[in-house]
Write a protein that binds this ligand. Structure first.
Ligand code: FAD
Length: 313
């Protein structure tokens, strides 16, 4: 089986990396060290999340702008419509268009009240992910800007979805509104992804459904995220991290092994595109990308960009 990977390695692996906007100077340094480390792998794009309830509006914009100005990378800005009017959301979209951003990851967002509370659209706001995609596409047309829109997808279905069918209806609506790529919520059991993919294709949805891979930097935190996201933690995964709470060095080795195993299995089953939830850390993602056959590409632009970023810090 290892032999079969060789052809994949030469066969156009495409990766993207997700970051979150930093809250402190120290987090800012960590983020930029990670971006500089990962940039030479030439990701297809790097995305920057939008904090719950739009709480990072300015910081997301600033991070995206800096990626655009100071690196050779293509940024994608996450945007949610929770707790905001259409005008407010449209203003954010326009500001991205003006800044030169051409890729938005459009999401509804989580209810303001947090886990367990019902989602209520803002009275003057977009209703859901699909409505937001439509709004962005209409605005892009008005501004004569070609904006690529990616959306979310849920192999284990969204926690609020009453059924797989309703969940797929939402994905179909987002595609009808103009989304051209879906990125999945993280998962650890690849069969869940492939069964979902079968359902998506059977529903007539043809856009790429890019697996979102979460290297487990911190198992305890992953458990909390998974609970919130409606993603399951297989017992074998818990077993692998059991007893290592006070042993970060071993945890990291296990995390690399787990992510490598997951990604290799996806590759063996035909996947060539991956989105990595980096948690703003480069090392595990860099290692897994190396295993995928990605090698740093030295470019004068990125060297210059690193210097510029340093100067801007
Ligand atoms: P939608 O696609 O609008 O809906 C999700 C599901 O909810 C649907 O599949 C549907 O089944 C159900 N649903 C929605 N409306 C109805 C209805 N009226 N009736 C019945 N069912 C309904 N959150 C952030 O705050 N910031 C981010 O940057 C961010 N980035 C993300 C990136 C990815 C790749 C993913 C997978 C998620 C991200 N999230 C982010 C989380 C996301 O905001 C939440 O999962 C949110 O609860 C749903 O947003 P959505 O766009 O998936 O919703």
């Amino acid at each position: 089986p290892r032999q079969s990977r060789v052809s994949h390695e030469r066969n156009g692996m495409r990766v993207s990396f997700e970051f979150f906007p930093p809250k402190s100077d120290e987090m800012e340094r960590t983020l930029w060290e990670s971006i500089e480390r990962l940039a030479p792998l030439r990701p297809h794009f790097v995305s920057v999340t939008y904090g719950a309830g739009g709480s990072t509006r300015e910081r997301t914009h600033a991070t995206v702008k800096r990626i655009l100005d100071a690196t050779p990378l293509t940024p994608a800005a996450h945007l949610t419509c929770v707790a905001a009017t259409r005008d407010e959301v449209d203003d954010v979209v326009r500001s991205y268009v003006v800044a030169g951003v051409r890729h938005i990851v459009a999401l509804r967002g989580d209810p303001v009240g947090g886990l367990g509370t019902a989602y209520a659209p803002h009275p003057g706001g977009y209703l859901n992910g699909a409505d937001l995609v439509g709004g962005i596409k209409r605005l892009a047309a008005v501004e004569h800007a070609d904006i690529e829109v990616s959306v979310s997808a849920y192999p284990e279905r969204h926690p609020e979805s009453p059924s797989d069918a309703v969940d797929l209806d939402m994905l179909a609506a987002k595609v009808d509104a103009g989304a051209s790529r879906a990125i999945t919520q993280f998962f650890f059991d690849n069969d869940l992804y492939f069964r979902y993919l079968d359902r998506v294709r059977a529903r007539g949805i043809t856009i790429p459904i890019v697996p979102g891979i979460l290297p487990v930097q911190n198992f305890k935190q992953t458990r909390v995220f998974a609970e919130r996201a409606g993603a399951s933690i297989p017992s074998w995964l818990a077993d692998r991290f059991a007893g290592l709470d006070d042993d970060p060095a071993t945890r990291k080795l296990i995390a690399a092994a787990v992510a490598a195993e997951q990604v290799f299995d996806l590759v063996d089953r035909g996947v060539t595109e991956f989105h990595f939830y980096t948690m703003n850390r480069a090392d595990l993602v860099y290692a897994v990308c190396h295993l995928l056959g990605l090698r740093p590409v030295a470019s004068p632009a990125s060297a210059g960009a690193a210097a510029t970023a340093e100067a801007a810090a």
